[in-house]
Design a protein around this ligand. Structure first.
Ligand SMILES: [Zn+2]
Length: 122
């Protein structure tokens, strides 16, 4: 028996350009596990020193995790070890504080989605 028969047919590797719908990558929030492509998710990337930073370009190299556009998720990500687990590292309190302040900035500069839930002070 010839052992050189490794010519397995591969499908989907052809570079054909068909009228396929545009591929929308789905991301999962590491906190609420909500898989979405509608809501914006922020990419957190692990840095070379084992910490993390927000990757606004989405193109930084390194292990990434996504947190959705929800203040509650950022709250949990920075107060629990969920993000640590997702990035397989141990984030310092300093890093989490930095992420918190980033979240505070993005949500502060944003008009409230629903005005009715206003008046809730942290
Ligand atoms: Zn979430």
């Amino acid at each position: 028996m010839p052992a050189t028969a490794t010519n397995t047919p591969k499908t989907g590797k052809a570079g054909k350009k068909g009228p396929r719908p545009r591929h929308v990558p789905q991301r999962t929030c590491v906190v609420c596990r909500d898989k979405t492509n509608k809501r914006a998710l922020f990419r957190i990337v692990r840095t070379s020193d084992g910490q993390a930073e927000v990757d606004l370009t989405g193109r930084k190299p390194g292990r990434g995790a996504y947190i959705c556009d929800t203040p509650a998720c950022w709250e949990r990500a920075t107060t629990t070890s969920m993000l640590d687990h997702a990035l397989k590292t141990e984030l310092t309190q300093e890093t989490k504080n930095a992420l918190r302040s980033f979240a505070a900035t993005i949500f502060a500069n944003r008009p409230a989605a629903n005005e009715e839930s206003k008046g809730e002070t942290a």
